[in-house]
Design a protein around this ligand. Structure first.
Ligand code: UT7
Length: 331
């Protein structure tokens, strides 16, 4: 049995912050941010936590599929910005939706969260372990970025994307294959230094701004360009997929230059690459489901389309997943 995506929706906060907003209090400018990253604007959530962005998207997903919250069997929330350490954000989503029959958990694979999560969800459904999984990729990055560090704060945004994963009646459609990797040696280049059990919060950790994203941008950039491109080329080779077989590359949106390098390595032209980093920045676990949701809304995905998801993020974690789209927007 295969699993497939049967509904998809997203939520982004209404408040937009363009590059010039950062230039009003930091030594930065619109040109630098656009040229180095491709980002023009991003959205920040003023009130509430990550679950508050998931719930409106999840509500749309249920409406699309004609299900009630009680029909959900499992909720997976991929995030690095949970509402709090515990209970899980999945539990908060369960409560807020009224998904009284659902169990669930949070999954932390940073920017690769959604790719990891979709692979896990597909295996749960394929094995009969769950009849459906509400898979959420969501991050409120504004809660963990240091607004005085120009090298990181301009990169991120807030948002949520949600899909429903269910058994596919047609084996040729749905999640087909994935290559998923991790290298903990990369941990020191992109992480939050304090706040966990190793270095619990203290006056010093707060004073030293250690509860924010730390990133050695150049080192992560080099690893991401190689990692995301290689794994995406590998999933094509492993499945005998030629560039002309692929309808869309849906890459993690961290930097337009990383996306371009991946597309080049795969032999894909730009018109087959989903890009919305200009409008949302890097929303971590939310980038890929937001991209899928926008492609679906714009009726750019057709049943049978070969879609490659690709990601790279903290851990390091990275991966590529091949699926054959099954949802018909016009149906
Ligand atoms: O999603 C998770 C994975 N993360 C990623 O994939 C991110 C990977 N890294 C990147 O995308 C890029 O490394 C960045 C966008 C973070 C930085 O771009 P870069 O081309 O690697 O720039 P850099 O760090 O080498 O910095 C170049 C210069 C430096 O100045 P000097 O030393 O040359 O004088 C920085 O201080 O740009 C300076 N700079 C800025 N200037 C204006 C750094 N941030 C800014 C800024 N505005 N916001």
């Amino acid at each position: 049995m295969r699993a497939h995506i049967t509904a998809v929706a997203h939520y982004v906060p209404p408040d937009v912050f363009d590059n010039n907003w950062f230039a009003s209090f930091l030594d930065t400018n619109d040109e630098w941010i656009r040229e180095r990253t491709g980002i023009v604007e991003r959205r920040f959530l003023r009130e509430g936590g990550t679950s508050d962005m998931i719930v409106p998207a999840a509500t749309q997903v249920l409406a699309q599929r004609g299900l009630t919250p009680a029909d959900i069997e499992c909720i997976i929330v991929c995030t690095v910005t949970p509402d709090q350490f515990f209970p899980s954000t999945a539990a908060n989503v369960q409560r807020k939706l009224g998904a009284v029959n659902a169990w669930g958990f949070d999954l932390n694979a940073a920017c690769s969260g959604f790719v990891y999560g979709l692979w896990v969800a597909s295996k749960l459904v394929e094995s009969g372990g769950a009849k459906n999984v509400l898979l959420c990729g969501a991050d409120k990055m504004s809660s963990i970025i240091n607004f005085s560090d120009r090298a990181t704060c301009v990169l991120f945004g807030d948002g949520a994307g949600v899909v429903l994963v269910e058994p596919s009646p047609d084996e040729s459609l749905g999640i087909q294959d994935a290559i998923i990797r991790m290298d903990g040696e990369g941990g020191k280049y992109l992480y939050m230094p304090a706040g966990g059990s190793l270095r619990p919060p203290s006056h010093d950790t707060v004073a030293n701004k250690e509860h924010y994203v730390f990133q050695d941008g150049q080192t992560v950039f080099k690893a991401a360009v190689v990692g995301m491109a290689e794994v995406s080329a590998e999933i094509m080779e492993q499945n005998n997929l030629a560039p002309e077989d692929i309808a869309w590359l849906v890459p993690h949106q961290a930097n337009l230059r990383i996306i371009d390098a991946t597309a080049r390595r795969m032999g894909l032209s730009k018109d087959k690459v989903m890009v919305n980093i200009d409008r949302y920045g890097n929303t971590t676990a939310a980038t890929i489901p937001i991209c899928l949701s926008e492609l679906h809304q714009q009726n750019k995905l057709k049943p049978g389309d070969n879609v490659i998801l690709a990601s790279f993020g903290a851990g390091y974690t990275w991966g590529s997943l091949w699926l054959r789209w099954s949802l018909d927007h016009s149906a």
